[in-house]
Design a protein. Structure first.
Length: 353
């Protein structure tokens, strides 16, 4: 076993689980005649590499190479000073410092492969030009294929370790939203309190959006400056805990919530008791109208990717899908109302995480 594997341990993500995932990728490679599989990682697109290695580069970028056997190699635009930390938090084989990431990835591949070998990349069409151009320039004969669909198929079924981290992330997100002080008058006050509690609970990433006035048609806005809040507003919190991303929404009212909010919440709980397999299958609410429904999955580089919504007809979720995020926007007599939370599917029937 290569250096770093024996010393890595994580009670919430056993190394055996990560090794099993890598083995699944290697089986896919053998089936498709692929000599190496690559995935780029950054804070914006961390999910593929994190799922296989448990590593996220919070202030740089890296390229993972999965070979037909053994642990993945990681070429990282990070100095050797942080290599011990990388081995503490992630499970990987060879670790290479690569400030010229595209060029050095090409050189690494050609050092082990035939110049015309068949190479796959997850998110091939999303690779930044600063990496893609030198990679192709220095390895012009490699035959590239996009492995995005193949990887998405492997990610459909969540294991117990992943579901455990999702449950913890979900609990932390709900706790942070509950910590919003009463009577806040601007978005900065609300989001500061939410992020404070989320970070103290161990969240690595916290992304917040606000619908500042639910009494009129609303849309999610990034918090920008001293945004005033109406007596009724909503907050969307997307949170990552050890690479597990969840999304929750809470609606706030300075006074007693409108009566139709209780009807909307009852409708939402019913939807979550048996999550729809497609967004357009959401039942009509008992009051108001469904403005928008969406289902998001983690199946590529992004933490959550929209795969279907009420305005686009999609196929049912692929067999084996176990978790994702479902969201909805209702237009009620009192104004707008939002909901979002992680859901877990089991065949055609599921229950919330």
């Amino acid at each position: 076993m290569r250096r770093g594997l024996m010393s890595w341990s994580h009670p919430e993500m056993p190394p055996e689980r990560l090794q099993a995932r890598v083995s699944e990728v290697q089986a896919w490679m053998a089936e498709h005649g692929v000599s190496a599989l690559l995935a780029h990682t950054s804070i914006a697109q961390p999910s593929v590499v994190h799922w296989l290695t448990h590593f996220t580069p919070y202030w740089s970028e890296a390229m993972m190479v999965v070979w037909p056997t053994g642990a993945p190699t990681l070429l990282a635009s990070l100095t050797k000073r942080v290599h011990p930390w990388m081995r503490e938090v992630g499970l990987m084989g060879e670790l290479i410092m690569a400030p010229r990431l595209g060029q050095q990835t090409a050189e690494h591949l050609l050092g082990r492969l035939n110049p015309s070998a068949r190479v796959a990349m997850v998110g091939l069409n999303d690779l930044s030009w600063s990496v893609a151009q030198p990679l192709r320039h220095h390895a012009p004969g490699l035959q590239w294929i996009d492995a995005s669909d193949g990887f998405a198929a492997l990610r459909r079924a969540s294991d117990a370790a992943e579901l455990g981290l999702l449950a913890q992330a979900s609990a932390k997100a709900q706790m942070a939203l509950q910590a919003t002080p009463a009577g806040v008058s601007n978005a900065a006050q609300a989001t500061a309190a939410i992020e404070h509690h989320a970070r103290l609970a161990g969240a690595e990433e916290v992304m917040l959006r606000i619908a500042p006035n639910l009494s009129q048609p609303s849309a999610w806005l990034r918090v920008d400056g001293d945004m005033p809040l109406a007596p009724r507003y909503a907050v969307e919190l997307s949170l990552a805990y050890k690479g597990a991303w969840v999304r929750w929404v809470r609606n706030f009212s300075a006074d007693a919530p409108p009566a139709d909010w209780a009807q909307a919440q009852a409708w939402w709980q019913q939807q979550m008791a048996t999550p729809a397999q497609t967004a357009h299958q959401m039942a009509a609410p008992p009051v108001g109208t469904l403005q928008h429904g969406r289902i998001e999955l983690c199946q590529g580089g992004l933490p959550l990717t929209p795969v279907m919504d009420t305005h686009t007809l999609h196929a049912p979720l692929p067999l084996g899908v176990r978790w994702g995020v479902t969201s909805a926007q209702l237009r009620l007599p009192s104004g707008d109302w939002f909901a979002a939370q992680p859901v877990q599917w089991a065949h055609a029937v599921g229950t919330p995480i």
